[in-house]
Design a protein around this ligand. Structure first.
Ligand SMILES: Nc1nc2c(ncn2[C@@H]2O[C@H](COP(=O)(O)OP(=O)(O)OP(=O)(O)O)[C@@H](O)[C@H]2O)c(=O)[nH]1
Ligand SMILES: [Mg+2]
Length: 339
């Protein structure tokens, strides 16, 4: 596979350079803002960098979304005498895990073996228990909707998912922005659609949304406005979506949300009827554990994890293995090792 990087002052120029150099079948692997090399960079000058590939790549650096991560042995040191159940629970709690969840995980461990807890077995237990917090969706719903508080990472998550799908399966998912009033917000998604060659539509009213949903090919990803869920425009969007059977709605929550605020966030977005949760900004917190406990109480499975700003690299599909890696700190360690 032929990978090349293009750096320009703005993303349109970078994109044009990709197309001129590699042709229309070029595949955009990632986009990011980087500091300009040399003296200008010292003064804070930035450029857009696009990494593009010529043919359909083997995604060697990207983890396949459906793939379980290679499970690294748990960093539970083997110690004699072996750790008892209470100690394992205490360790999980010390990592910030909600006490109820920690005790529940440990209580699933066979009582007779608790005094001789084998690290690999504890790890397997953790994976098994955390798998209950992850969604098991193998396919896209016809309409995948993303709602959530301002700046949660809705648009970025959509771009990451669409880019993965394009890279892994060559499929161009349609993107719709129901954020029609905020020019900048529309342009952000339009730009990603342009980069990926995805069909793109905007909707500024309930009627426009109905016809966009009816007209666009499936599966499609729908971006919503980062405004209060109780304002009229948001309600219009939620009303249209509530009337449709082909919709799956993800509530996007930054991992930086205090656990005590998770419940009120769910209440605020109840009208949007989310059935999945996306947890973003995992790279910005010390531990995933506090928010996991809070999410578990809400009973909605986690679909994706946002683990940084880069599109599409910083996205993982939630699974028991992935969540366990974030709980134990292995995932963050791996991320730093790659960076
Ligand atoms: N560190 C980090 N930043 C993220 C992540 N996901 C998104 N962001 C950043 O968060 C900021 C907001 O992301 P958007 O995708 O625009 O968020 P949004 O929910 O669409 O925002 P509104 O449409 O304004 O409500 C951007 O600077 C993103 O790069 C993540 O997983 N980690
Ligand atoms: Mg947005």
């Amino acid at each position: 596979m032929h990978l090349k990087r293009y750096r320009h002052e703005n993303i349109q120029d970078a994109l044009r350079a990709v197309r001129e150099d590699l042709g229309p079948s070029a595949l955009v692997m990632s986009t990011r803002v980087v500091r300009v090399r040399g003296v200008r960079g010292l003064f804070g000058a930035k450029q857009f960098e696009i990494t593009a590939a010529l043919d359909r790549p083997v995604m060697s650096k990207l983890r396949q979304l459906d793939e379980e991560p290679d499970v690294v042995p748990a960093p539970v040191p083997v110690r004699q005498p072996a750790r008892a159940a209470a100690e394992i629970a205490a360790r999980l709690e010390a990592g910030g895990m909600d006490a109820v969840l920690a005790r529940e995980i440990v209580s699933a461990y066979p009582g007779s073996r608790r005094r001789a807890a084998d690290p690999a077995e504890v790890r397997a237990l953790l994976v098994g228990q955390l798998a209950t917090l992850a969604s098991t969706d193998e396919r896209f719903a016809p309409v995948e909707v993303f709602v959530g508080p301002p700046g949660a990472g809705k648009t970025t998550t959509i771009a990451k998912i669409a880019a993965h799908e394009r890279a892994l399966r060559g499929r161009k998912l349609a993107l719709i922005s129901a954020d029609g009033f905020r020019v900048g917000a529309v342009e952000q998604l339009r730009l990603y659609a342009d980069i990926l060659g995805s069909p793109f539509l905007t909707a500024r009213s309930a009627d426009e949304l109905e016809s966009a949903l009816d007209g666009a090919r499936r599966p499609l990803l729908l971006d919503t406005a980062g405004r209060s869920p109780s304002d009229d425009a948001s309600r219009d969007v939620f009303r249209v979506l509530a009337g449709r059977a082909d919709v799956r709605t993800h509530l996007v929550i930054p991992a930086t949300t205090p656990a005590t605020r998770v419940r009120s966030l769910f209440e605020r977005f109840a009208e949007a009827r989310p059935s999945r949760v996306v947890v973003t900004k995992l790279d910005e917190v010390g531990s995933i554990s506090p928010i996991l406990g809070a999410l578990r109480a809400q009973g909605l499975p986690i679909s994706y994890l946002g683990t940084g700003q880069d599109v599409p690299e910083h996205l993982e599909r939630a699974s028991g293995g992935v969540l366990a890696a974030w709980v134990t700190g292995d995932a963050a360690g791996r991320r730093e090792a790659v960076a």
